[in-house]
Design a protein around this ligand. Structure first.
Ligand code: GSH
Length: 319
């Protein structure tokens, strides 16, 4: 784990001393948008027109944020338009690497060794963390975006003219509902598990755990009487929740100590994860082996032996 300082790689763990044991996620830095005609999006510069073969996605199969982008690539039929490289599950002193074993592909674009080298290609004086996902533009040779929440919105609509796929996971009429769901779920669930897991004081850990389980209880209640978070319509809010829930029992319960209840203990949440998992194309984006090896193997301050638990059996992934 580390970061780039003026374009130079430094091996440092998260600084929680200055925040009294709390994990604070840094904001992402490449915030341009691919749009149908190349006009500027809500942030950043224009010039990123949706074109077949122009963009490349760097992901980790372990990472819940990158996982969102893989799901949208699949559901929005972008497989043939946007190529993908998968980093190695272990993220150690060199950060994400392009070591090629198992389902890691290496760097298909440049044959580089480390993801930080991709960031330096885009900005030779880059400062900050080197995270996945990364959406790369082969035409301008730069990073379009490294913010998953925005990449999925681009995938949702920018390429529709090329794919003919007009499924909409962010329908206009539901924007306010989706934003409200996203806000709570991001803060207490998606990022909540990280706040608990990366806390370095008892107080900071407990401060994250209480709202996390309040939100899971609230979601269980909600999904007991409706199919999706917005009722009958499957939206991006569901996919954003799914990538955390599908990892929950495998890694967050044990490794991040989010252990008041498991997803398996919530009947409605379990059925919901199972139903989303069985949406055609989604199961092939879920790699429990990478997920377990990444978390248990990469965070040596939390799990110094690096031993990866064999269980649990994940009933919600069964047919
Ligand atoms: N805001 C980013 C967060 C991405 C993120 O934190 N990815 C993690 C992997 S799960 C990462 O690459 N961490 C490396 C680091 O922090 O050094 C997004 O949603 O795209």
């Amino acid at each position: 784990m580390g970061m780039l300082v003026d374009g130079v790689w430094k091996d440092v763990w998260y600084d929680t001393k200055s925040t009294k044991g709390h994990f604070k996620r840094t904001t992402t830095s490449f915030r341009n948008w691919v749009t149908a005609d190349g006009a500027p999006g809500p942030t950043g510069d224009g010039g990123f027109k949706a074109e077949a073969g122009r963009y490349h996605l760097y992901v980790s199969l372990a990472c819940p944020w990158a996982h969102r982008t893989l799901i949208f690539r699949k559901l929005k039929k972008l497989d043939d338009l946007i190529s993908v490289s998968v980093v190695h599950p272990l993220m150690l002193e060199n950060g994400w690497t392009f070591k090629t074993d198992d389902a890691a592909t290496g760097d298909d674009l440049f044959g580089l060794d480390y993801l930080w080298q991709v960031y330096v290609k885009a900005d030779s004086a880059y400062n900050g963390r080197v995270t996945v996902p990364v959406l790369w533009d082969k035409s301008q040779n730069t990073i379009v975006s490294n913010e998953s929440a925005e990449i999925i919105r681009m995938f949702n609509s920018a390429f529709n003219g090329l794919t003919g796929d007009d499924q909409d996971f962010y329908p206009q009429a539901l924007h306010a509902d989706i934003e409200a769901l996203n806000d709570r779920i991001y803060d207490t669930v998606n990022n909540g598990v990280y706040k608990a897991g990366f806390a370095t004081t008892q107080e900071a850990y407990e401060e994250a755990l209480t709202p996390l389980f309040q939100s899971l209880d609230w979601l269980e209640e909600k999904l007991s009487s409706q199919r999706y978070l917005c009722g009958d319509v499957l939206t991006e809010a569901d996919w954003r929740l799914f990538t955390t829930l599908v990892r929950f029992d495998a890694v967050y319960v044990g490794h991040f100590k989010c252990n008041i209840r498991r997803i398996a203990d919530y009947p409605a949440l379990s059925a919901y994860v199972r139903s989303l998992y069985h949406v055609p194309g989604v199961a092939e984006t879920v790699n429990i082996d990478h997920i377990k090896r990444h978390y248990y193997g990469s965070h040596k301050t939390i799990n110094p032996t690096g031993i990866v638990p064999v269980g649990p059996e994940l009933g919600f992934l069964l047919p």
